[in-house]
Design a protein around this ligand. Structure first.
Ligand code: FO1
Length: 309
C-alpha cells in the first residue's frame, strides 16, 4: 500500500496521475483537515473534497477545487439574505457539505463519512482525514490570528504571515488506521502540497511524525516550490514570512529525517547537491502537471525512484 500525505489541489492532481499508474485500491491518502471550516452551519473539508472530486473526475478544472459546471443559486439566495458569500460554495458542492454535516451531527466520525463520500462518488483509493478530532490552522498576522480560509480566501492571502498554529493538534488522535497505514506502507509519498499549511497539520498530529521517522519503507517528497515560486496557493509567501528559504531546498529542510527521496523540478536542478547534503537522494524531473500525460509521467518517475530505494 502506498501512503500519500495530501493537501488540496496540487496533491489531488498528483494523486490523479498516481491512481492511473498504480492500483487505486493500493493507495491510502491521508488528508489535511487544518483548512476545514464551518459556514452556514455546515462542516466543510476543502482539501478532502478537492481530492475526492478530482479522483472522481468531478473537479472544476480551472480552480482545481469545487465541482465542474456547478451553479451558485443557493449562494445567490444566501446573499439576498445578507449571509456571507465570500466562500464560493456551489450547489452540488453544498450537497456534500449537507450530507457530511448531517452524518457528523448524528454522531458518526469524519473518517467514516469521508470514506462514504469517496465510495459513493466512485473513488477507489482509500481516503482518511488525518484525524477525526478538530485540527484548525490559524495564521498569525500583524492584525491578529486568522482562521485559514479567512486569511486565504476572504482576505486574499494579503496579510503578512508571522507564524502558523494548528489549534487542537496536540490533543488530536490520528484517525483509525492512519498510524497502521504508515507503519505497514510499502512506500510513502509527500504530495506536492504546501509544507506548512497542508502537510504541517498532518505532521502536527501526535504520533504521525514519529511513525514517519521510524518508517520501514522508502519515502519521497515532491517539491511544491519551483524556481522559488509556488504554482498555486500561498506557500511561497508563508515560507518567506516565517523566515524560511523559499525554494525546493527550503522544503527539503522541512522534511529532513522523514523522507529518503526528494523530487524537484528541472528548473531547480542546481539545488540537488544541497538537497543531498540533507541525507536524501535528489531526483530531478519535470514536476509541472499541465495535463494528464504530465501527471502520469510524474507519478511514474516517483514510483520508479521509490523502487530503486
Ligand atoms: N478557494 C478560493 O480561493 N475561493 C473560494 O471561494 C473557495 C471556495 C471553496 C469551496 C469549497 C472548497 O472545497 C474549496 C474552496 N476553495 C476556495 C479552495 C480552498 O480555499 C483552498 O484551496 C484550500 O483550502 C487550500 O488547500
Amino acid at each position: 500500500m502506498i501512503v500519500a500525505l495530501a493537501g488540496g489541489v496540487g496533491a489531488a492532481r498528483f494523486l490523479d496521475g498516481l491512481s492511473q499508474v498504480h492500483p487505486p485500491k493500493e493507495i491510502c491518502i491521508i488528508g489535511n483537515t487544518g483548512d476545514d471550516m464551518e459556514m452556514h452551519g455546515l462542516y466543510i473539508c476543502p482539501d478532502l473534497d478537492t481530492v475526492v472530486y478530482t479522483l472522481a473526475g468531478l473537479a472544476n478544472p480551472v480552480h482545481g477545487w469545487g465541482v465542474d459546471g456547478d451553479s451558485f443559486r443557493c449562494l445567490e439566495a444566501l446573499g439576498k439574505l445578507n449571509a456571507e458569500t465570500w466562500f464560493q460554495l456551489g450547489d452540488r458542492d453544498l450537497a456534500t457539505h449537507i450530507y457530511r454535516t448531517a452524518r457528523l451531527r448524528a454522531g458518526e466520525s469524519l473518517s467514516t463519512v469521508t470514506a462514504a463520500i469517496a465510495r459513493s462518488l466512485g473513488v477507489a483509493c482509500i481516503l482518511k482525514p488525518v484525524s477525526d478530532d478538530p485540527v484548525r490552522t490559524i495564521v498569525q498576522t500583524p492584525g491578529g490570528p486568522l482562521e485559514f480560509q479567512t486569511y486565504f480566501v476572504r482576505r486574499r492571502a494579503q496579510d503578512e504571515v508571522l507564524g502558523v498554529e494548528f489549534q487542537g493538534a496536540e490533543d488530536a488522535r490520528p484517525a483509525p488506521g492512519v498510524l497502521r497505514a504508515i507503519r505497514s506502507a510499502s512506500a510513502i509519498v509527500f504530495c506536492p502540497s504546501n509544507p506548512i499549511i497542508s502537510i504541517g497539520p498532518i505532521l502536527a498530529v501526535p504520533g504521525i511524525r514519529q511513525a514517519l521517522r521510524r518508517r520501514k519503507c522508502p519515502a519521497a517528497a515532491i517539491s511544491p516550490i519551483i524556481g522559488g515560486r509556488a504554482l498555486k496557493g500561498p506557500a511561497a509567501d508563508m515560507m518567506r514570512g516565517m523566515g524560511m528559504e523559499v525554494s525546493s531546498l527550503g522544503v527539503a529542510r522541512i522534511y529532513r529525517g522523514m523522507v529518503d527521496l526528494f523530487i524537484l523540478d528541472r528548473a531547480d536542478k542546481r539545488l540537488a547537491p544541497e538537497v543531498e547534503k540533507l541525507g536524501m537522494r535528489a531526483v530531478v524531473t519535470n514536476t509541472i502537471m499541465t495535463g494528464p500525460a504530465q501527471k502520469k509521467a510524474l507519478a511514474r518517475a516517483v514510483l520508479k525512484a521509490l523502487e530503486r530505494t
